[in-house]
Write a protein that binds this ligand. Structure first.
Ligand SMILES: Nc1ncnc2c1ncn2[C@@H]1O[C@H](COP(=O)(O)OP(=O)(O)OP(=O)(O)O)[C@@H](O)[C@H]1O
Length: 569
């Protein structure tokens, strides 16, 4: 660490000068001169060589040591000068004890610096220190380990340069200098560690910025801490969702949440259905999360331990192959059939789940076989005469209007009624506007992790997300967020980039006019408050008690009560 050396509080008496003629007779001297010689009276015309032992004659330009009559040692240096055309000698005198003092101070500071560095290096938290211009002065061992960067890459470099080169894309110290205030961020480090970074400015006694310091704490393991931090703000609900759920793996029932009443109750119903074995039909437009919901139901059910979820898209497989895919075949069942026959998905699934996507596209002739299999819990392989029992649960999904297909005789009525017993309809994204921002934030976190970036939405971009009536589906939203994370030059994703991406997708947008018409002159804070109020109202409506509503929102009851009062709910 750079430690400025301050001179000891020295009297000027530690320095002096004296001028002699060319015979070394003293002609002039300053008031400090008597500090160096034991000569109370006037020294003028005395020989300098009498006052100091070891004086070297004609020895110019370098300090050397002399002794006065009392044996005190000083440094002296001689120069030739001309005064009124006469050659004279100018002597500088310096107190030897000054050097001892300085040496002592330097040694002391070096020792201190070593101890300070050792202490900082022993900390588990990373430490990053810059000067007021952002030049990196110090990083401790923990930071080096967390970041995977080498000290030589950092020391002396400015955080702006490091940010530009994407070495420290989300530099907290840079933001401390820009905002001249404390900054806290969550950054992802190179091995995917999630770190809470708290940066602070350090001012001198005149109030000028002198240093910035950032403390980097690895919170990936401190899930509890993370949760309590994110619980602070309602908007941070968006971060509460486990990343796994975006990767469509579910290890707990609460991995999915929604601020929309219909979706929240849909997932509540799904939780109940996960515990029983009934066949489920999931309805909804394309890309709204039918597959996601089926995976969720399987993931939280006991079947998760008994087998996998096996997915088949009935619309994507050629008609003649679907039957063998589903039920398998016996050896010699048809030309080209594999030796020993082949198991179908009903057998492969074991005690797991079979997800029949696009069930509306199931060939009409095969529909009766599926109906029989569902009714009897057994099926026949192609070319086989032995009934094989199966244990898997069936979840079917479609974006088609099955009833119309029945009327048009493209879908069997008996299969329709068999499947239609337990139905879950997922609303389109445009019907669940309140989920837009949380979903966008969740995808942002997911892709930040996946692509090792630290992007965040600018307030204006979030504002655009909030007010924009999204015409597309969740898949499109997810894709757009991934694109934004990949193409944004800066860590901050600006509104313009977001709008450009939407218009690239051919979506006609005029966000600014929507903002104006929807919210007139509301500030971001006011709009966020409106949003927060809606979320709280929705939680209160769907939950019976304050305790349950607070749990759903991920905040304390006291915070909920405070916010209720604030919004007059
Ligand atoms: N509640 C949710 N939270 C997070 N991600 C979701 C959610 N719902 C859906 N997704 C994501 O949105 C994308 C589209 O979802 P999914 O494939 O389940 O839609 P789908 O309705 O089955 O689409 P299709 O009709 O095209 O088969 C997926 O990447 C999925 O992970």
């Amino acid at each position: 660490m750079d430690t400025r050396i301050t001179l000891p509080n020295l009297e000027l008496a530690y320095f002096s000068y004296v001028i002699t003629d060319d015979k070394y007779n003293i002609q002039e001297y300053d008031k400090n001169f008597h500090h160096f010689v034991n000569d109370e009276g006037c020294s003028k015309n005395k020989k300098l060589s009498i006052l100091f032992n070891n004086l070297r004659y004609e020895y110019f330009g370098e300090f050397y040591m002399v002794e006065n009559e009392e044996g005190s040692q000083y440094y002296i240096m001689q120069r030739k000068i001309k005064i009124n055309n006469s050659e004279m000698y100018l002597f500088f005198l310096s107190d030897y004890s000054l050097y001892e003092e300085l040496e002592y101070q330097i040694e002391y500071l070096n020792r201190q610096r070593y101890i300070n560095n050792e202490m900082l290096n022993k900390l588990e938290d990373g430490i990053y220190i810059t000067d007021e211009k952002g030049k990196t002065l110090f990083v401790n061992d923990a930071f080096v380990n967390l970041s995977g960067l080498r000290r030589e890459e950092l020391i002396g470099e400015t955080v702006y340069g490091l940010r530009k080169d994407e070495i420290l894309p989300n530099s907290c110290c840079a933001r401390v200098i820009e905002t001249q205030g404390p900054v806290s961020t969550i950054n992802n480090y190179y091995q995917g560690q999630k770190c809470l970074v708290s940066g602070s400015p350090i001012y001198d006694e005149k109030g000028d910025l002198k240093r910035t310091i950032a403390v980097i704490r690895d919170v990936s393991e401190l899930d509890m801490l993370m949760k309590s931090l994110t619980k602070e703000e309602t908007l941070s609900l968006t971060f509460k969702k486990k990343l796994d759920s975006v990767g469509d793996k579910f290890d707990n029932e609460d991995a999915v949440f929604s601020n929309n009443r219909a979706v929240a109750s849909l997932y509540k119903k799904a939780k109940r259905l996960a515990k029983v074995d009934s066949t489920i039909l999931i309805l909804g437009e394309t890309g709204v999360g039918k597959d996601f919901l089926a995976t969720y139901i399987h993931g939280i059910s006991n079947r998760n331990k008994k087998g996998n979820i096996i997915k088949i898209n009935c619309g994507a497989i050629p008609e003649h192959l679907i039957e063998s895919e589903l039920f398998g075949y016996e050896e010699g069942a048809f030309t080209g059939a594999q030796r020993g026959g082949k198991k179908g998905l009903f057998e492969e699934a074991g005690g797991g789940t079979i997800f029949l996507d696009e069930i509306g596209d199931m060939p009409y002739t095969l529909q009766v076989k599926l109906l029989n299999a569902l009714n009897d819990r057994k099926f026949y392989r192609i070319g086989g005469s032995k009934a094989i029992g199966f244990n898997a649960r069936i979840i079917a999904a479609t974006n088609a209007d099955l009833k119309t297909l029945v009327d048009e005789k493209k879908f069997r009525a008996d299969l329709y009624y068999r499947l239609n017993v337990v139905t879950l309809r997922i609303p389109a994204l445009r019907e669940r506007q309140e989920d837009l921002l949380p979903l966008a934030q969740t995808f942002l976190e997911y892709y930040n992790n996946k692509h090792r970036r630290n992007c965040f939405f600018s307030p204006e971009c979030m504002e655009n997300f909030l007010v924009y009536t999204w015409p597309g589906n969740i898949r499109e939203l997810k894709n757009i967020v991934e694109r934004l994370v990949l193409i944004s030059d800066d860590s901050c994703i600006e509104a313009k980039l977001f709008r450009d991406q939407l218009s690239q997708d051919g979506q006609e947008i005029d966000i600014s006019s929507k903002i104006m018409s929807n919210n007139e002159n509301l500030s971001l804070k006011q709009q966020l408050e409106l949003h927060e109020k809606a979320i709280i109202e929705s939680a209160l409506e769907t939950k019976k008690t304050l305790k349950e509503a607070a749990k759903k929102l991920g905040i304390d009851i006291s915070t909920l009560v405070r916010k209720k009062q604030k919004y007059n709910i």
